[in-house]
Design a protein around this ligand. Structure first.
Ligand code: FMN
Ligand code: SF4
Length: 508
């Protein structure tokens, strides 16, 4: 398949790269046959079923039972923060609403709800949730609210697995104020340090500080278990601390350099959790490949209009030593050799739940969450966003083929819009992944797949069209949510503010 070879493929593939923004809007394609033809025209190998099955006949309804884990269907609610906690990290009514909607989705695997910081200064924004004594009852309430709604929607909570995603935001820590980043970094990155304005002598997290953070993860995991969560996710994705360890090739000491050192953080967290919270299951969400940070092409950007994304210059940075899952000689290509080794390590550590994602929303959003419309700090898509979907499907498929015993969750399906159910069904039916993880679509239309499974009419007006407001709003210090399609946000004061900010940008 062009653009998606079985081993590695490039972001510059001539069939898929856009020189102009001329790709087709999926909302304009009404029939699945048209969509399949469109995939074929792009030469993308994205399995897509022509006919949707319902009820127990659908692969999305298949129960999964492996390694003592029981999940009653193949739908996963991906973690999504809302930037709507209190200043000290407790959930608010808006947070509860989001978790209730996760429950209404009918997904039987709730992958963490949202990223919860294991300590106050590890928050990615001043409204992120924190796992601490004073937030214990709030976190318990979130789980309970989800459970109640899930029972109402699905009739029973049998085979429901609820996790809590634990994180430290590392390089993207911004705990106190939206305009006051407080990065905690593991190594100096030649591009990202410049973007964050970090001088060459900006201090690195010391090994002793890392050990304290490991202790925080273990304490938070114990709290999660005591509250009733079935598992915790040790977040290793999207440029945050866990992910940065995996690319800490240039770091000295115990936590950088060799593969063994770069995975020491994970191993020590797992070891600590097994002591502090025996019996608690552990999962890992990991960005299995990265790429060079992208920026809007200056030659094609105008005032108020972002140009198409291009990779920052990397010719002088070879061999490239600041990425995970990238080809060191051409870091715009993925190389899954180390990620496969990482997955083998997970299996050795008896970690069975693995959620495959990619890249980072901060420096390559088109890789992480393919979208038709860019977020305010992004760029116009450098390729048809379907290529981004196909790339994540391909990576998950390759890793699942290598490590068939792991329970592998795929990501980044929301861009598929009306055809998400067809692709999700085919992916599970063909065993490319064990379950499909749904992100943005849950914000706009939580019960989309439940409607499909139960044979109800699809409400096309609620299908996520990847407007990216749920990413733009937080970049402007506003809570995240589906502003265009969810009435709750559409009518809010924050929506008025977001419209004002966006209009100003156009006038600039
Ligand atoms: C508003 C928003 C918040 C997100 N928050 C998290 C998060 O807390 N943890 C995480 O692992 N991923 C987070 N993600 C990424 C999603 O889980 C998912 O990987 C991504 O949106 C691509 O999937 P999709 O195409 O189904 O949206 C977030 C995405 C969005 C849009
Ligand atoms: S704001 Fe709504 S429509 Fe836009 S990407 Fe987010 S969920 Fe989708």
């Amino acid at each position: 398949m062009a653009g998606v070879s079985t081993q590695v493929f490039t972001f510059n593939d001539e069939q898929t790269q856009m020189t102009e923004i001329n790709f087709r809007r999926l909302g304009a394609i009404r029939e699945v046959e048209g969509f399949r033809a469109h995939l074929a025209s792009l030469k993308l190998d994205v399995p897509c079923d022509a006919e949707l099955l319902h009820g127990p006949d659908s692969p999305l309804s298949w129960p999964l039972e492996r390694h003592g884990i029981r999940i009653s269907n193949r739908i996963v609610a991906q973690p999504m923060e809302g930037w709507d906690g209190t200043a000290d990290g407790r959930p608010t009514e808006n947070t509860l609403r989001r978790w209730r909607r996760f429950g209404q989705s009918g997904a039987k695997l709730i992958w963490g709800g949202e990223a919860v910081a294991v300590r106050h200064d590890g928050r990615a924004n001043p409204n992120q949730l924190v796992a601490a004594e004073h937030t214990r009852s709030g976190l318990a309430q979130l789980r309970q609210a989800l459970l109640v709604e899930h029972r109402k929607a699905s009739g029973s909570d049998s085979g429901l697995l609820i996790g809590l995603q634990l994180t430290h935001s590392g390089r993207y820590s911004r705990p106190a104020a939206q305009n006051r980043p407080q990065p905690r970094i593991l190594y100096h990155h030649p591009i990202l340090d410049r973007r964050l304005g970090l001088p060459p002598d900006y201090p690195l997290l010391a090994d002793g500080e890392i050990r304290e953070i490991i202790g925080d993860f273990c304490r938070a995991a114990k709290m999660a278990r005591d509250i009733g969560f079935d598992f915790v996710d040790i977040k290793h994705c999207h440029g945050y601390l866990g992910h940065e360890f995996l690319s800490a090739h240039t770091r000295d000491g115990n936590y950088g350099g060799s593969f063994e050192n770069r995975t020491r953080f994970l191993r020590e967290v797992v070891e600590g959790i097994r002591v502090a919270a025996p019996g608690l299951r552990i999962g890992v969400r990991v960005s299995v490949f990265d790429t060079i940070p992208f920026l809007p092409d200056p030659a094609r950007s105008e005032s108020g209009r972002l140009g198409p994304g291009i990779a920052e210059a990397w010719g002088s940075l070879l061999p490239y030593r600041w990425g995970f899952g990238v080809n060191k000689q051409n870091p715009t290509e993925m190389d899954l050799e180390e990620p496969a080794k990482f997955f083998t390590l997970l299996e050795q550590l008896d970690i069975r739940l693995v959620n495959v994602t990619a890249g980072s929303p901060y420096y390559n959003p088109h890789v992480q969450r393919p979208a038709f419309y860019p977020p305010s700090d992004g760029y116009q898509p450098p390729e048809d966003p379907l290529c981004g979907v196909a790339r994540q499907i391909s990576a998950a498929r390759q890793l699942k083929a290598k490590l068939p015993n792991l329970i592998i969750i795929g990501s980044a399906y929301s861009y598929l819009q009306d055809f998400l159910p067809h692709v999700a069904q085919a992916n599970v039916r063909e065993g490319l992944v064990d379950a499909v993880g749904i992100g943005r679509m849950l914000l706009s239309y939580p019960e989309f797949l439940r409607d499909v499974l139960e044979g109800r009419r699809i409400d096309r007006k609620r299908i996520c069209r990847t407007f990216s407001d749920c990413t733009t709003a937080p970049r402007k210090g506003l809570p995240s949510g589906c502003y265009p399609l969810d009435e709750f946000y559409r009518e809010s004061a924050a929506a008025a503010e977001l419209r004002r900010v966006k209009a100003k940008r156009k006038d600039a």
